[in-house]
Design a protein around this ligand. Sequence first.
Ligand code: THU
Length: 145
Amino acid sequence: MNSASHPRVADVQQQALLAAARHAHTRAYAPYSQFPVGAAVLDEQGRVHAGCNVENAAYPQGACAEAAALAAMVLAGGRHVRAVCVVGTGGRWITPCGGCRQRLREFCAPDTPIFTANATDSGPTYTLAELLPHSFGPDHLEATP
Ligand code: THU
């Protein structure tokens, strides 16, 4: 099954995003949780940047897939996220963790779509504002006198 079409993202870009997140999922380093995650972001130039979770024997030093995808985007010069895809493991759809919702908030608009998927199917789509309502972001700092 493929993702449902989204009005803000061309089908071909959505498919590229999904494929990149699925590929990243296969590359995850998750020996402790056994919970591989892949993520991909579509930037303002139409480029896709992917990342996977990278765990560590010192458990808190592990990093999420979304953080890696955002770092790849920033390194490539991207500054705006037009869409996100997260591919998890197991029988339930996963959405970005709380910390990653805030990381995404830095580069997303409130209506930026966040697609969920697993290795074979697509799950529900959310907006950033649905996952992180009433959020704090760069605009608040700009509003200081
Ligand atoms: N994980 C992510 O990479 N992204 C999320 O949004 C949720 C959790 C990772 C962190 C850890 O390596 C594993 O999934 C289990 O929590």
